[in-house]
Design a protein around this ligand. Structure first.
Ligand SMILES: [Zn+2]
Length: 313
């Protein structure tokens, strides 16, 4: 273990590795964590490990220095997608303790909502009988000819309009069980910005942009940026693509919409360290899994090796 940490430290120093680490929802210790969630204890462990290997700066500083070739040591930034309430209640105090400034990508139409559609589906599955789930699957099949790999993945790849149709059925049944507010409100986002964290756009309603018409994409991007700008009284220049897989969830036309709205850099979910040449409207991020340091080392070393052998294009 010590050797792997040493090796990674040595390689990072030589190559001046730069990485953006992405997180989603964090849950309190002892609470059930879904696959896209981690516990506070795991988050602390991951952050400690990142800080042992990288100097953590805010994403805008990292991008600027990487772009200007002025990186002199291994550097990292941390980002959080989707504006979960845990980002304010659980993450912020830990970031304060570690003296880290992070970036939070917020879907602004959710600032007045209590949960995301996938939180609703999760609760629906917990409380519905098998028969109700089967009837829902039939609804989904009628909307898409493709084989459905999983409920959440299927709904994710519906257009906003189709998603609304399916979710209205689920929401009617599930609403009584959704008592807790899971998402940040405006004043919590404002407080994060006030403490020096960066707030970025993430569309109004979190659609897969590649599934939507040009008109809807323009609206989803520019209205989101305008809403955040009105709230924070500052220009929003950073953006994270919902779901974020390049050429699947977004493409060049969405990058153009961002550029015409004054966005200077945008992040995706393609798993890679930062490499040159870099398209600053499609910057990769990685996420760690669990709390095993040896696995973190293996993962990063694999990322570095694949980036070294990737032919420039
Ligand atoms: Zn998201």
């Amino acid at each position: 273990m010590k050797f792997k940490n040493f090796l990674l430290r040595f390689i990072n120093k030589r190559l001046r590795t730069c990485v953006i680490f992405n997180f989603h929802d964090i849950v309190a210790d002892g609470q059930h964590a879904r696959t896209d969630q981690i516990s506070v204890a795991t988050f602390r462990q991951q952050l400690t490990w990142i800080q042992q290997h990288f100097t953590i700066v805010r994403i805008d500083t990292l991008i600027e220095q990487f772009h200007n070739n002025s990186i002199i040591k291994p550097m990292a930034a941390v980002t959080f997608d989707d504006g979960y309430r845990s980002h304010f209640s659980l993450v912020k105090p830990i970031l304060d303790e570690f003296e880290i400034k992070a970036a939070f990508y917020v879907s602004s139409a959710h600032l007045t909502k209590n949960y995301y559609w996938h939180d609703l589906v999760e609760t629906f599955c917990q409380h519905s009988s098998n028969q109700q789930q089967l009837s829902l699957r039939n609804v989904l099949k009628s909307l898409s000819a493709k084989q459905l790999p999983s409920l959440i993945e299927s709904i994710k790849y519906l257009t906003l309009a189709d998603r609304k149709l399916v979710l209205s059925e689920i929401e009617e049944f599930t609403k009584p069980f959704m008592k807790e507010r899971l998402l940040m409100n405006s004043s919590e986002v404002l407080a994060l910005a006030g403490e020096g964290h960066l707030i970025g756009g993430h569309t109004l309603n979190h659609p897969i942009l590649a599934l939507e018409s040009d008109i809807i994409c323009k609206q989803e991007i520019s209205d989101d940026l305008l809403a955040l700008e009105a709230l924070l009284q500052q220009k929003i220049t950073s953006f994270a693509y919902p779901n974020g897989i390049p050429n699947q969830d977004f493409n060049d036309s969405h990058q153009q919409i961002l550029a015409s709205n004054g966005v200077k850099y945008a992040v995706n979910t393609h798993k890679s360290i930062l490499t040159k040449p870099m398209n600053i409207l499609s910057i990769p991020r990685i996420n760690l899994f669990g709390s095993n340091e040896s696995l973190h080392c293996n993962y990063l070393l694999r990322m570095i090796i694949s980036s070294v052998f990737r032919s420039p294009n």
